[in-house]
Structure formats: C-alpha cells, structure tokens
Ligand binder design. Structure first.
Ligand SMILES: NC(=O)c1ccc[n+]([C@@H]2O[C@H](COP(=O)([O-])OP(=O)(O)OC[C@H]3O[C@@H](n4cnc5c(N)ncnc54)[C@H](O)[C@@H]3O)[C@@H](O)[C@H]2O)c1
Length: 143
C-alpha cells in the first residue's frame, strides 16, 4: 500500500510483544519506525532487526511515565525522521494478582504507565503531527 511508504511510525513499548510485531509490520510496509521502550536493549534489538532487513529504524530507551523523556524522544524523532504519521501508544503494564491483593502502589504504577504514558505521548507528538499539515495515517491496520 503506497500510503504507508516512507511514513513514520512511532511505537512505545516496541521492544517486545505486540509493539515489536507492530514495528516489524510497519517496517515491512516501507515505514520508517521509531521504537521506544523502557528496556533500551529491547528497543535496540528491534530497531537493529529492522535495519538488518533494509528498513529504517531508530531506537530509544524511554519510560513513558517520564514526560520530559517522552518529549525528548519526540524531538529525536522529528530531527531524525521529520515527524510522525502513526503514533502507537502501545506501552502498557498489567498486574495479574487477585483484586484484593493489589496495593495502591500497583494501581499507581498501572495508571502512570497505561494512562499517563499515553497522555505524555499524545501531548509530545500530536502538536507536531497537526503542525506538519501532513495527513496522518488512518486507523485501519496494515493489510
Ligand atoms: N497481550 C494481550 O492480550 C493484551 C490485551 C489487552 C491489552 N494489551 C495491551 O497491549 C499492549 C502490549 O501488550 P503486550 O502483550 O505486547 O505486552 P508486553 O508486556 O509483551 O509488552 C509491553 C512493552 O511495553 C514496555 N513497557 C512497559 N512499561 C513501559 C514504560 N513505562 N515505558 C515504556 N515502555 C514500557 C515493556 O518493556 C514491553 O516491551 C499493552 O499496553 C497491554 O496492556 C495486551
């Protein structure tokens, strides 16, 4: 699909699982991919795998709970790839213990990653996406 080629995908939590699969799916469709993960080595591994198959990718160790770190990542993506067309707020965590065993610090951790992480990413990337005047990607997943 021509629409995907040379567009830029940003994937938080892209170092493993669904995020890693998303990163490869985007790269396979010709997108340039920015992979962020709190596990910097995992992000690097995914970006290296994409580059090894001829794709373009950058990696960053980013904790999405850290607003300034996410902002710095957005600047890095802008400087390297010129912007973002597809923002995947994929980074997330899960506490699997029974409800009554979950402590306040567990809720705080979940909300800081799953809620505040997404807020930080949207706040960091959306203004540039709008200012670029370029069309963002549709929500239809790659075929
Ligand atoms: N797998 C499922 O069945 C399922 C179901 C519903 C929702 N989800 C959500 O989909 C997303 C991906 O799920 P997954 O199964 O691939 O999970 P996963 O645990 O395999 O991958 C999540 C990635 O996010 C990274 N991450 C965690 N905290 C982070 C932080 N603070 N900053 C940056 N990166 C961080 C992890 O290092 C990991 O690489 C998550 O948000 C998850 O909650 C998954």
């Amino acid at each position: 699909m021509r629409e995907w080629k040379q567009r830029v995908a940003v994937i938080t939590g892209g170092g493993s699982g669904i995020g890693e699969a998303l990163a490869h799916a985007c790269a396979q469709r010709g997108m340039r991919v920015a992979v962020a993960d709190v596990e910097a080595e995992a992000a690097n591994r995914v970006a290296e795998a994409i580059r090894a198959t001829g794709g373009e990718a950058l990696a960053a160790g980013v904790d999405v709970r850290d607003r300034e770190a996410v902002g710095a990542f957005a600047t890095q993506v802008e400087e390297t790839f010129g912007g973002c067309h597809l923002l995947c707020n994929n980074a997330g965590v899960l506490v699997t213990r029974p409800l009554l065993e979950i402590e306040a610090k567990d809720w705080e951790w979940c909300l800081s990653v799953n809620l505040w992480g997404a807020i930080h990413s949207v706040s960091a990337f959306l203004p540039g996406m709008l200012q670029s005047g370029q069309r963002a990607m549709s929500s239809t997943p790659p075929q």
